[in-house]
Design a protein around this ligand. Structure first.
Ligand SMILES: [Zn+2]
Length: 406
C-alpha cells in the first residue's frame, strides 16, 4: 500500500484553521508536537442515552488524554472524509471497517500514519497510529552502564554461541537487537534474520520473513547453507525453534534470539523446558540480557515522597548504601510532560556466561547457586538496577513494582 500512496506534504498549521484541509493539518501537527503515538477521533456521550458528539484524544507517553475539540469546528464527518481521501480509501463506504496509511513529510521528518476506521451506529470513528522514522540508537546509547556496554560488545564479538534478549512485549527488545545487529553489520560479515514480520531493513542484513507455519528445521538447513556469521531468530517459541537456535549456535554461528522469561537466568530453565540438554545450553549460551522499560519521572514537576517503614526497610535491604537518599514520585503534570512522566527508560540485567557459570549449568545447579555466582561476578539484578534509578530520581518505586512484574 505504501508504494501506491503518494507522500502528503503537511501544511503549515494555522493558529485558526478554517478549511477542512487546514483543520486536518492542524490536528496532525498538534499530535506530532505533543509526541502522541496515537490520535483517536471517536464518539461519546455526556450521559447514558444522551446526544452523541465527537471527541479528540491523543495517546502521549502511553496515556490517553482529551484534546480541546473546538478546533474540529463541527466538521468531524468532513475531517474523516479528508483523511480517507489522503489514505486512498472509499469515502462512500461508511458501513465497514477500513485500514489505510498516509505517508507524510513534516518539518520534523517523514512519518507514516496508519489509519483504522470503524463504523458505529452514530457515525465512523478513526484511530491513527503515528509511526515516526525509526532511529536505531548506537549500542553505547541504549542507556547501559559502561561496564554492561563493554560486556555486550565482547559478547557480540564471539564467533559462535547464543545470545538471548528477554523481556515482555513492549520492553524494548527490538531496539536492543537492531542496535546490536547494526553494530555488527559490515561488508565482511554475513548477517541473516528470521523475523515475523520484517519491520525494518538494516544495511548489510539479509532479512527473511517467517510465519506461524514456518518449519524451523527447514529454516535451519537453509541458514546453514547461507554461509552466515550472525543469525537473528526473532523468537524462540517452541521445541523446534529452540533446537534450531542451539544447533546453529553449535555450528559456528553467533545466534541472537528472544525469549519471554522473567529475568536473565530464567533463560536456562526455559531452554531446558523446550527439551534442550543442559550440556548443550552450557556449551552454547554466551549471554542473556533481560530488560524492561519504566516510565521516566518528569524532573520539572516530580515531588518528594517518603515511603512507609516496611517499604523503606525493603529498599534499604537491597541497596543499603543509599539509605536516607531523597526519593521522588510523579508530579501533577506540567507543560513538559504527560501526568508527571516523560518517556521511558530501559533497565537491564546481563548474565555473561563465564566458564564457572557454564559449569554450573552443566551440573544442573539451582537458580539460587547460579544467581550467587552471577552476583559474585558483578551482575546486578533488574530490581537492583531499577532501584539505582529510583535513588537517582529518574523513576518512582511504584512504577518499579508495576513494570518489573511480567
Ligand atoms: Zn512535568
Amino acid at each position: 500500500m505504501s508504494t501506491k500512496n503518494p507522500t502528503y506534504e503537511l501544511g503549515v498549521a494555522k493558529a485558526r484553521p478554517t478549511s477542512v484541509q487546514e483543520i486536518v493539518d492542524f490536528i496532525i501537527t498538534q499530535a506530532i508536537r505533543s509526541k502522541a503515538s496515537d490520535l483517536h477521533l471517536g464518539l461519546t456521550t455526556a450521559a447514558p442515552g444522551g446526544p452523541v458528539t465527537y471527541m479528540l484524544r491523543f495517546r502521549v507517553h502511553g496515556k490517553l488524554q482529551m484534546v480541546r475539540t473546538e478546533v474540529l469546528g463541527g466538521s468531524q464527518k468532513e475531517i474523516l472524509s479528508r483523511l480517507k481521501v489522503l489514505a486512498n480509501l472509499s469515502t462512500t463506504d461508511i458501513g465497514n471497517p477500513q485500514d489505510g496509511q498516509i505517508n507524510m513529510n513534516t518539518p520534523e521528518g517523514s512519518l507514516v500514519l496508519r489509519l483504522s476506521f470503524v463504523p458505529t451506529p452514530d457515525g465512523e470513528e478513526v484511530v491513527i497510529r503515528v509511526q515516526r522514522a525509526q532511529k536505531i540508537p548506537a549500542l553505547d546509547h541504549l542507556g547501559m552502564t559502561k561496564e554492561m556496554h563493554q560486556a555486550m560488545v565482547s559478547l557480540s564479538q564471539q564467533k559462535s554461541g547464543l545470545i538471548v534478549i528477554n523481556g515482555p512485549a513492549g520492553s524494548g527488545k527490538t531496539t536492543t537487537i537492531y542496535s546490536l545487529l547494526t553494530s555488527l553489520a559490515c561488508a565482511e560479515r554475513k548477517i541473516i534474520t528470521a523475523e515475523d514480520p520484517v519491520e525494518l531493513r538494516l544495511p548489510f542484513v539479509s532479512h527473511t520473513a517467517v510465519g506461524k507455519n514456518t518449519s524451523f528445521a527447514q529454516l535451519q538447513k537453509a541458514f546453514m547453507r547461507q554461509d552466515a556469521d550472525v543469525i537473528f531468530i526473532g523468537e524462540v517459541r517452541d521445541i523446534e525453534s529452540a533446537e534450531a537456535a542451539v544447533q546453529l549456535a553449535q555450528t559456528g554461528h553467533l545466534v541472537v534470539t528472544t525469549l519471554h522469561t522473567r529475568d536473565a537466568l530464567g533463560v536456562i530453565p526455559r531452554l531446558e523446558a523446550f527439551g534442550i540438554h543442559p550440556n548443550f545450553i552450557a556449551s552454547t549460551l554466551v549471554g542473556s540480557l533481560a530488560q524492561r522499560l519504566i516510565p521516566r519521572l518528569c524532573t520539572h514537576c516530580r515531588a518528594e515522597v517518603t515511603y512507609d517503614a516496611a517499604t523503606t526497610t525493603y529498599m534499604n535491604s537491597i541497596l543499603p548504601m543509599f539509605a536516607g537518599a531523597k526519593l521522588f514520585k510523579p508530579g501533577p503534570g506540567c507543560t513538559n510532560c504527560a501526568a508527571g512522566f516523560m518517556g521511558r527508560i530501559p533497565i537491564y540485567e546481563l548474565l555473561a556466561v563465564t566458564p564457572q557459570v557454564s559449569d554450573l549449568i552443566n551440573r544442573k545447579a539451582s537458580q539460587k547457586e547460579l544467581l550467587d555466582v552471577a552476583v559474585e561476578n558483578g551482575m546486578l539484578s533488574l530490581g537492583q538496577e531499577a532501584l539505582l534509578r529510583v535513588y537517582s530520581g529518574h523513576i518512582d518505586f511504584e512504577s518499579v513494582k508495576t513494570y518489573l512484574v511480567v
